[in-house]
Design a binder for this molecule. Structure first.
Ligand code: NAD
Ligand code: MG
Length: 303
């Protein structure tokens, strides 16, 4: 539930550099996929600080990677704006997913838990079918799940890693989108989580950055097609955000200590800082916005 004091503190005019935790951060290795509940400091996904204004009243949303991080923030904000939500995540993340479900149900919205591996095409079809039957339709799809494994040299990237990164970040988006579009009415919206890495790749994220550039192209082409059916498609390109992806292999532990220090804001973003972007792109407020990429990079830009 929204806590009035937490929501007011988030929206009070203030220096954004000081608003949330800044590096240095403690080393905190976790195995992939990582849990938000094990992070120090705890990320803010808007559990108490996001306030809704009814902008998604009655909508039905499927969010992948919704147990933690950016997907959790989008799922909580969607619910607070009046949507029912289906959460896709891996079975190992059940504890995180149940926290999200408790938050959404406390707001009086429906929340369906759909654990499963989206590297599997048949599960992607099943995931969409269960979301549609559980919610009674589908108006919003957020393709947000992602795999990121830092490797210093192309020689260190195994075929297995390359394949898993492609399957999670690109193939699953393709499979889930195809299945979802069969159920989405005019006015529906698809939002794909890309990354600043799609524009300006880091040397240690070669395979990951390749998928993120692919997501940007996929988004633009799909937007041009699907507006013929009244469906908008956009991408979000985050810079560094404080999520479980990073301590669980997305960064080296050395880089995690200074995570966010290289952007002008001097700190990583908190997932809740992206929630309004997903809400806007999902809502009818963005009626003239399709085929676009919204970047939130802490001031570094996408060049
Ligand atoms: P996160 O770890 O909290 O979320 C990623 C989620 O992907 C996991 O929670 C997991 O549920 C899901 N996932 C991964 N493999 C899966 C599989 N095989 N089957 C089902 N689900 C699977 O981290 P996050 O940072 O919130 O990541 C969300 C998105 O944001 C990702 O696409 C990531 O690439 C992107 N992104 C993150 C950052 C950042 O700095 N954190 C920056 C740019 C882009
Ligand atoms: Mg997770």
């Amino acid at each position: 539930m929204t806590d009035a004091a937490a929501a007011a503190a988030r929206l009070r005019m203030q220096d954004p550099r000081k608003q949330y935790p800044q590096p240095p951060f403690p080393k905190q290795p976790q195995g992939a996929p990582g849990l938000a509940r094990a992070m120090d400091p705890k990320p803010d996904h808007g559990e108490t600080s996001y306030k809704g204004y009814g902008r998604l009243q009655g909508r039905k949303a499927l969010v992948t990677g919704a147990d933690s991080g950016i997907g959790r923030a989008a799922a909580i904000a969607f619910a607070r704006e009046g949507a029912d939500v289906a959460l896709s995540y891996l079975a190992d993340e059940q504890a995180d997913a149940q926290e999200v479900q408790a938050v959404i149900e406390a707001d009086g919205r429906k929340c369906i838990l759909l654990p499963g591996d989206i590297k599997d095409e048949s599960w992607c079809g099943e995931l969409v079918a269960r979301a549609v039957s559980g919610l009674g339709g589908l108006d919003i799809l957020v393709n947000n799940a992602g795999k990121q494994v830092n490797q210093p040299d192309v020689q260190d990237i195994t075929t297995e890693q390359f394949d898993q990164t492609m399957k999670t970040n690109l193939y699953a988006m393709f499979w889930i989108t195809k299945a979802a579009l069969q159920h989405m009415p005019p006015g529906a919206a698809i939002i794909n989580t890309a990354s600043v890495q799609g524009f300006s790749p880091s040397e240690g994220l070669l395979d990951y950055a390749t998928t993120k550039a692919g997501i940007l192209a996929f988004t633009k082409a799909l937007a041009k097609q699907q507006i013929e059916r009244g469906i908008r498609v956009n991408a979000v390109a985050p810079g560094p955000f404080w999520t479980a992806l990073q301590p669980s292999g997305g960064q080296t532990q050395e880089k995690l200590e200074t995570f966010g220090s290289a952007v002008p804001l001097g700190r990583p973003g908190q997932p809740v800082e992206l929630a309004p972007v997903y809400v806007f792109l999902a809502s009818q407020e963005a009626s003239y916005v399709t085929g676009e990429t919204y970047a939130a990079t802490g001031g570094k830009g996408t060049a």
